[in-house]
Design a protein around this ligand. Structure first.
Ligand code: CMC
Length: 429
């Protein structure tokens, strides 16, 4: 099983042999599970040095700028496959052939509608609620609607829930937008591709039923593909942790959506556009660059830098191409906000502060530009990220549940609070 081992010498002189495992790609790992028997925990805030699970789905080499889904480089998938093929790959481990793809799409299409009662559920929210707040609530509520697929120990239930989540999340995401605009909900059209259907549900009107522009459909499909999975990031780890207690998949994905909302994670594309609006004019860029470098100022250039990629994010490379295509197709190269974005990209790629720290524009920088050019409001950006990431969360959740040695996730702590003491009567405190 394990050929290598590491030795840990404790202050008492006790020596512990710790097994080491070599992955198919990436860093070796030291198995610390037996430390607890010696009364020890490991301490790793932010999990910078911790592999939390074994997985066969996604691999990232941040130093080299590599991202593989099931072994395939992300740029090849983005240019040669569509989101449905990539979804099949993440869930099943291999790319589909023509028949497998058709059957997969058929099953997805079978679940694109949501229970009609769910539409009334929306009406409980304020119209000005943030769409992520609605999304967390509505996706969590799916477990109240689909009781027939909640047995996590039944593989058929797990597959059914997976299809339901991937199919319905797009319908729900569009409904969040329509609700905030006061527009009527639009039913899905199953003859359309996944991305086209989403844009149709977002923008079509009973009064005029425009077909989405194929260039925008392609860009949307790419955004979905590039965001589909990203190894054990914050929201995926949240989904796994929630799922490890046996919680149902709808509840787990809602937990993932909540975790994705933060500005250091999925909220970055929204934060990036807000920042571009705050900059307001190309002439103000130097002042914001100065603030980003100032250690006494908490301001950071949103859409730049990444915890794992210390080289150009491979997703950003593909997204950059799409961003320029979409700007051309929509004639928005001269849009003031997008002009600021392009100028910021140029400056940050040359400025020694960003170059030395390898703070490249990340995927959210470019996806923000694309979504803005498509006409999607800023507060919907993270919703779209959640939509795309649902397949990855579902694949990771399914992998975890199918693992026979799976245990509830329960980290320990370095306690630095008071030692045991007695409660004093209130009049003596
Ligand atoms: N603007 C200015 N300085 C920055 C930035 C930034 N966006 N990001 C990092 N730095 C500096 C940081 O101050 C530090 O400088 P020094 O070494 O002088 O102290 C250095 O770069 C390293 O930063 P770090 O905080 O150790 O890096 P991290 O790996 O902990 O943080 C990050 C990664 C993504 C949270 C951070 O780069 C950031 O806040 N970026 C802006 C938010 C953003 O765009 N997030 C989306 C990430 S991609 C989506 C996803 O995959 O979830």
């Amino acid at each position: 099983m394990s050929e290598k081992s590491a030795k840990l010498i404790l202050p008492s002189g006790e020596e512990l042999d710790l097994a080491m495992y070599s992955p198919s790609e990436g860093n070796d790992v030291v198995d610390v599970t037996k430390l607890v028997k010696s009364g020890l925990f490991t301490y790793d805030p932010g999990f910078m040095s911790t592999a939390s699970c074994e997985s066969k789905i996604t691999y990232i080499d941040g130093a080299k700028g590599v991202l593989l889904y099931r072994g395939y480089p992300i740029d090849q998938l983005a240019s040669q496959c569509d989101f449905m093929e990539v979804s099949y790959l993440l869930l099943n481990g291999e790319l589909p052939n023509v028949d497998e793809k058709a059957e997969f799409i058929d099953r997805i299409n079978n679940h694109t509608m949501v229970h009609e009662q769910l539409a009334t559920f929306f009406r409980g929210f304020r119209r000005d609620a943030h769409p992520m707040a609605i999304m967390v609530g509505v996706v969590g509520a799916l477990s109240a609607f689909y009781h027939d697929s909640l047995d996590i120990n039944n593989p058929e239930h797990r597959v059914k829930s997976a299809f339901r989540l991937i199919a319905k999340v797009s319908t729900i995401a569009a409904m969040c937008y329509r609700y905030s605009m006061g527009h009527p909900f639009v039913y899905p059209r199953n003859e359309m591709s996944y991305a086209e259907n989403f844009l149709h549900q977002m923008f079509s009107m009973p009064s005029h039923d425009d077909k989405p522009d194929p260039i925008l459909v392609k860009a949307m499909d790419r955004i979905f593909t590039l965001h589909a999975d990203h190894e054990q990031n914050c929201s995926t780890s949240t989904v796994r942790l929630a799922g490890s207690s046996g919680a149902n998949p709808f509840a787990c994905i809602a937990a993932g959506i909540a975790s994705l909302w933060g500005p250091a994670h999925g909220g970055a594309n929204e934060a990036c556009l807000n920042m571009l609006n705050e900059i307001g004019d190309v002439k103000n860029i130097p002042e914001f660059i100065k603030r980003a470098k100032d250690k006494d100022d908490p301001f950071r250039l949103m859409g730049f830098g990444h915890r794992v990629y210390k080289n150009f994010d491979p997703r950003a490379k593909v997204m950059r191409e799409s961003a320029h295509e979409v700007l051309k197709a929509t004639g928005k190269q001269d849009d003031p906000i997008l002009k600021i974005a392009l100028e910021l990209e140029k400056i940050a790629l040359q400025d020694p502060y960003f170059v030395e720290r390898k703070l490249y524009p990340n995927v959210d920088f470019y996806s923000g530009i694309i979504l803005e050019a498509i006409g999607i409001p800023t507060n919907m950006f993270t919703v779209i990220f959640a939509l795309a990431r649902t397949v990855g969360w579902v694949a990771q959740w399914s992998e975890m549940i199918a693992e026979p040695t799976q245990k509830i996730g329960r980290p320990r702590q370095l306690y630095t609070g008071k030692s045991e003491r007695s409660v004093q009567p209130i009049e003596e405190r």
